[in-house]
Design a protein around this ligand. Structure first.
Ligand code: HEM
Length: 484
């Protein structure tokens, strides 16, 4: 037998160790590929995405990859992965959303990448915590104007109720007072097209427009609405509030950057971002409060103690009044926790290590606020509606509970979060001040895989959502206040 020298053994050993280390470095997370090339697990994932994510976590562990329509999506579900998602410099927001933005608002990727940061800073500044007080009076007035249409009593579907209140209020505040149509037929058209656009958003963000005829029609209708009104929005000066609206600030920036022709497209994005989450959250907050009699009663007592006998006068809501009614804010946040976006996404720029795995560049890194909010490690008794858990949050310092991720996180966290909370707070105060409300049916069942609203970056589960929301939840209101 031939003798192998010790030097050769050492060299072979070193090579083996090197290979092992390299293999360990390149070990990718377990991957669910499905049967069909390119489509991957697209069908199973598309049917019930949230259920799919949870089952995959149980089967494959805290980090796993799913191939869907040619895209590699790597999900992170525990601390280490979440930390990478939140803090790594190799993870990018803009590259993850440029495709959906292109499909849904026809903003070319190069324009989006060039302007995104500046636009984000502008929008965030306008709706930031220190400018919020500028919206309080306007929101109260606009909401009261809409409440007049309710008369003294009535019954309708709660979702319709919320849309009829919040569509006009949000549009008139963010774009221009009076922009929302007042003519019955035009209001109906707006509702029909916005809902079609919103409900088809998930498909619209991924598929070519030519495959989605109705959705495309509604998208064009909304773009034409902005096209027609941009000159007015630009020049409109409010007699009372000498403060440009959020859309006016966006238009100024687009003008400075010589990109005015894209104004309607950015208008559409702002419209969708502001309505698509706020309206369902308002719906669910009301539904939760009305179906918890003790919480409902405590809120009603709080409102009477701050504003006097319910329904007696036309009221003004101030920042101080809001501070005296913390339970309302806790109820909204608890609703948002339970109805959080299914997933948010980032693009991996350079390979990142998570646990023993290396996630390759080009993957979409996915985090599910929906499931994170149902982890008992972070939220004890996660399936219960428990507004009192928000006592622990330092809301005075504008901090949410740890691991609350409904508004995303990091550099590009939702810039409209404070405005959304304020709008729903005032909405609840005014409705409960002027009206006695009750649900005529029990709360719709909460299916574990159902997501009630999603983020614009990567939305999944909307079709399940609309099925539930479309099942009407009748609400009855009655009051004594006679509107002047
Ligand atoms: C309860 C209501 C809302 C929820 C749950 C919500 C949630 C989110 C989430 C999850 C994101 C993505 C953040 C990320 O990936 O890190 C986002 C982005 C955004 N949201 Fe909201 N949002 C709400 C209300 C609003 C409102 C009222 C506005 C506008 C007035 C708004 C404007 C935006 C915009 C413009 C972005 C994109 C930010 C960017 O381009 O970087 N949102 N929102």
């Amino acid at each position: 037998m031939e003798f192998i020298s010790p030097t050769v053994i050492i060299i072979l050993g070193c090579v083996a160790v090197l290979f092992f280390l390299q293999w360990k470095n390149l070990r990718r997370p377990p991957c669910i590929r499905g049967w069909i090339p390119w489509i991957g697990a697209g069908f199973e994932f598309g049917k019930t995405p949230l259920e799919f994510i949870e089952k995959a976590r149980i089967k494959y562990g805290p980090v796993f990859t799913v191939i869907v329509m040619g895209t590699r999506m790597t999900f992170v579900t525990e601390e280490e992965g979440i930390n990478v998602f939140l803090k790594s410099k190799e993870i990018n927001f803009e590259l993850a959303v440029q495709n959906p933005v292109y499909h849904t608002a026809s903003i070319a990727k190069n324009i989006f990448l060039k302007l995104h940061e500046k636009l984000y800073i502008t929008v965030k500044g306008k709706m930031g915590i220190f400018n919020l007080y500028k919206f309080t009076g306007q929101l109260t007035e606009e909401l009261q104007e809409q409440l007049q249409n309710l008369g003294t009593h009535g019954t309708t579907d709660l979702n319709k109720f919320m849309r009829h209140l919040l569509y006009p209020v949000t549009v008139n505040i963010l774009f221009k007072k009076g922009l929302f149509p007042t003519d019955e037929r035009k209001i109906r058209e707006f509702h029909q097209h916005f809902q079609a656009y919103d409900e088809g958003f998930e498909y619209g963000s991924q598929l070519p427009e030519c495959l989605l005829r109705n959705w495309s029609k509604s998208k064009k209708w909304l773009l034409a609405l902005f096209e027609k009104n941009i000159p007015d929005i630009k020049t409109h000066k409010s007699a009372k509030e000498n403060y440009p609206t959020v859309m006016q600030a966006v238009l100024d920036l687009l003008e400075m950057e010589a990109n005015e022709q894209k104004s309607p497209n950015y208008g559409l994005l702002l419209l969708w971002a502001s309505l698509s989450n706020t309206v369902p959250v308002a719906f669910w907050t009301f539904a939760f409060v009305l179906s918890h009699p003790n919480i409902h009663r405590t809120i009603m007592e709080g409102i009477s103690s701050v504003f006097g006998t319910a329904g007696k006068d036309k009221i003004k809501v101030s920042e101080d009044d809001l501070k005296k009614l913390p339970l309302i804010k806790w109820c909204i946040l608890e609703t948002i926790r339970l109805r959080a976006p299914g997933v948010i996404a980032r693009k991996v720029l350079k390979p990142v290590k998570i646990l023993d795995y290396t996630v390759p560049s080009g993957d979409l890194l996915m985090l599910s606020p929906f499931w994170l909010h149902r982890n008992p490690k972070y939220f004890p008794e996660p399936d219960l509606f428990k507004p009192e858990r928000w006592k622990e949050a330092n809301l005075e310092k504008h901090a949410f509970l740890d691991c609350f991720m409904a508004f995303g996180s990091g550099k590009y966290q939702c810039p409209g979060r404070w405005l959304a909370l304020l709008e729903i707070q005032i909405c609840i105060i005014l409705i409960f001040y002027y009206y006695d409300c009750s649900l005529l049916d029990p709360l719709p069942k909460q299916y574990p895989h159902v997501m009630k609203y999603t983020t614009w970056s990567y939305s999944s589960g909307r079709q399940e959502e609309s099925e539930i929301i479309q099942r009407a939840l009748p609400v009855r209101w009655s009051g004594t206040y006679i509107w002047p």
